[in-house]
Design a protein around this ligand. Structure first.
Ligand SMILES: *Cc1c(COP(=O)(O)O)cnc(C)c1O
Length: 424
């Protein structure tokens, strides 16, 4: 094991890390339920769902069975000129569960690519209907939409981690993120920002792209859902498409199946990923309306995208099973139980002098510190306490698997306190 750890350190890149001075990594032997077992035998209770994905826990018998059954049929076939039941069954389910206007599904291989496809759909649409000048994007600060170039262009220009690519990214339009939290009334500035931006630039704007209600890796900010109604009205007024990136929020994380349901707003284009396969495989989807799909397709037009592993059958089969499992498990009660336990478990930390803010929304809990934390040091404390939490910048955040028990969740929220003590 030491051998392979050594090799890993020298040769294997981890996300956002140096190849000269990498942060420590912990070798995993297996994972079952909400427990990740390290190679040295220690067990960690998972507080991260492997970045929003493993909502039913690891090594789930039903999800394993879905993969195995599909493995005996076909692990993969190209999607050009061929189709298969796992893809059509999953597409039918997504069309049924998402807002009614969304009728057309493009499967791709990761969240970032789903965002690229959404951008292409928006730009191709306006070009096809004779308004090629509408090719810029508008969004709010504090967003995160992925690591590929199109997606990077709409990440927060400062916290979005892509500042160093600014000189090669297209210049899009940014309004301030809404200050009002869920339950608060929108501030006049919240309304003015996007209104002014679209009033000035709508002739060149193809789409507004937003993470509805919960902004993820750009800062873990939760905002008032009414902002979505406001932006929707502006989009209607100025002939701008509305894209919702629900790659993090989709599949129940914020309570309803999709976060846009908090505001009852339908987007023209919707991106899904992360929890789509219950954390088993990389799969994402971009859905759109008949207006956009038929617009792009008029006069022989085609959507210009087609990844090699598009609609991988193993991934589609496990995604379908994972969605069925959500309903069987009554995810709204799972999520609301986690929400109240996170709220009470994290509340005491708001009094710590080095904590700036504690916030909880759905099955997401955030403790924001005044200064960036020492990730390696904090992580060591968490591992010693038997939990897996990966802080980022000034954010110690939790999004546990929906199947976590109250006892295990209590260990996770208590460990947050130990981690915060360690960096006082
Ligand atoms: C993670 C994430 C992405 C990117 O997805 P990948 O699968 O990592 O490419 C895009 N948008 C949001 C909101 C995300 O949370």
């Amino acid at each position: 094991m030491n051998d392979s750890l050594e090799f890993d350190r020298e040769h294997v890149w981890h996300p956002y890390t140096s190849m000269v001075d990498p942060l420590p990594v912990y070798p995993v032997a297996s994972a079952t339920g909400v427990r990740i077992r390290l190679a040295d035998g220690r067990e960690l209770i998972d507080g991260m769902s492997s970045w929003w994905c493993a909502i039913h826990g690891y090594n789930h018998p039903d999800l394993n069975a879905a993969v195995r059954a599909q493995l005996d049929a076909a692990a993969h076939v190209m999607f050009g000129g061929l189709t298969h039941r796992p893809a059509t069954d999953l597409a039918r389910t997504l069309v049924e569960l998402t807002p009614p206007g969304l009728q057309h599904v493009f499967f791709c291989d990761s969240g970032s690519v789903a965002v690229e496809v959404a951008i292409k759909m928006a730009i191709q649409y306006w070009r096809a209907v004779g308004r090629p000048g509408k090719h810029r994007l508008a969004t709010i600060r504090g967003g995160y939409h992925g690591d590929t170039f199109g997606a990077m262009g709409i990440c927060d220009p400062v916290t979005g981690m892509h500042e160093r690519f600014r000189h090669v990214l297209p210049e899009h339009l940014f309004a301030a993120r809404p200050r009002a939290r869920p339950g608060e009334a929108l501030h006049p500035d919240d309304l003015a920002g996007m209104a002014q931006l679209l009033a000035a630039h709508h002739q060149e704007v193809a789409a507004v792209v937003l993470e509805p209600v919960v902004q993820g890796a750009g800062g873990m900010w939760f905002y008032a859902p009414e902002y979505l109604n406001h932006v929707k009205a502006l989009c209607d007024r100025y002939d701008v498409l509305l894209v919702f990136d629900e790659i993090a929020t989709g599949f129940g994380r914020t309570g309803p199946l999709f976060a846009c349901e908090h505001a009852d707003v339908e987007p023209d284009i919707l991106c899904l990923g992360k929890a789509l396969t219950g954390g088993y495989m990389s799969l994402a989807a971009t859905l759109t309306t008949s207006r956009v799909a038929h617009g792009i397709s008029q006069d022989g037009g085609v959507l210009m995208h087609g990844p090699t592993f598009m609609a991988n059958p193993l991934a589609c089969a496990v995604a379908k099973r994972s969605i069925d499992l959500l309903f069987e498990n009554d995810w709204p009660s799972q999520v609301s139980a986690i929400e109240s336990q996170l709220a009470s478990g994290l509340a005491p930390y708001a009094a710590f002098p080095h904590v700036r803010d504690v916030r909880v929304f759905g099955a997401i809990g955030v403790v924001q510190t005044r200064d960036p934390v020492d990730v390696a040091a904090m992580q060591r404390v968490f591992v010693e306490a038997g939990v897996w939490i990966r802080p980022f910048n000034d954010l110690v955040y939790l999004m546990p698997p929906y199947v976590i028990s109250p006892d295990d969740l209590e260990r996770v929220t208590k460990a947050v306190g130990l981690g915060l003590d360690a960096i006082r």
